[in-house]
Design a protein around this ligand. Structure first.
Ligand code: C5P
Length: 218
């Protein structure tokens, strides 16, 4: 099976030396890429800037901004069976990018931010040939917010995790996730190293893709 996985943060430039970003380490996405390769799948990894070695056997497409990630996902999605949007894409970017370094002044400085394109929501909603998996990193009402994301972004599966906990989520080596399926089913995976969680998730996604293929053939 062909997996397209996005990982890590995006960087939204303010000027030639500054950017807005987030604390995503990329660990979960890279663990998913490794788990998919170990399970014998083909992997293309679209990665924001992270400090992890590239997974052996994956084709890596490095990107920096949300616009670059948008273009890379749209170019690659039609050739995959499962798209896993693990990346923490910035929700906002500076309205203007200064060509020169912004100078320090005594007065306060306000930044105007505009929404970035929502990649998941921009994918075709009907007759998609591939399974779409979204991630929901939440600090409150985890399940309700993930359910909303599943509907609004037309995902087949959403993996939700509580990033308010220090021992699970963004920069941690462990994760505890709840998986919501389009059909209404909900499955919880208990806290475990990201590598173990990733292995389980890859099995689950491959299963969803296989079931869909069998349905189409039948
Ligand atoms: O809305 P929120 O950012 O919490 O949604 C998270 C999910 O949406 C993740 O799967 C992330 O990769 C995806 N996303 C996206 N485009 C954005 C922001 C988030 O595809 N601009």
């Amino acid at each position: 099976m062909r997996f397209l996985i996005t990982a890590g943060p995006t960087r939204e430039p303010l000027d030639p030396v500054r950017y807005l970003s987030n604390r995503s380490s990329g660990k979960m996405g890279y663990a998913m890429a490794e788990a998919a390769i170990d399970a014998g799948h083909e992997v293309i990894l679209i990665s924001g800037p992270v400090d992890i070695d590239r997974p052996r056997g994956a084709a890596v497409i490095p990107i920096s901004t949300s616009d670059q990630m948008f273009r890379a996902v749209h170019q690659q999605a039609r050739n995959c069976d499962v798209l896993v949007m693990c990346a923490a894409v910035a929700d906002y970017k500076p309205a203007n990018v200064s060509k020169s370094k912004i100078k320090k002044r005594d007065a306060s400085l306000s930044l105007e931010l505009i929404p970035t394109p929502d990649i998941l929501a921009s994918l075709p909603k009907q007759d998609r040939q591939y399974v779409v998996v979204g991630f929901a990193a939440e600090t409150e009402n985890v399940e309700a917010n993930a359910q909303k994301k599943l509907q609004e972004k037309h995902c087949d599966v959403v993996v939700a995790n509580d990033v308010s906990r220090a021992d699970s989520g963004m920069e941690s080596d462990e994760n505890e996730v709840t998986i919501l399926f389009r059909g209404g089913e909900i499955k919880k995976l208990s806290r475990a190293p990201k590598k173990i969680v990733a292995r389980e998730l890859i099995k689950i996604f491959a299963n969803v893709s296989e079931k869909r293929l069998t349905k189409k053939i039948a």
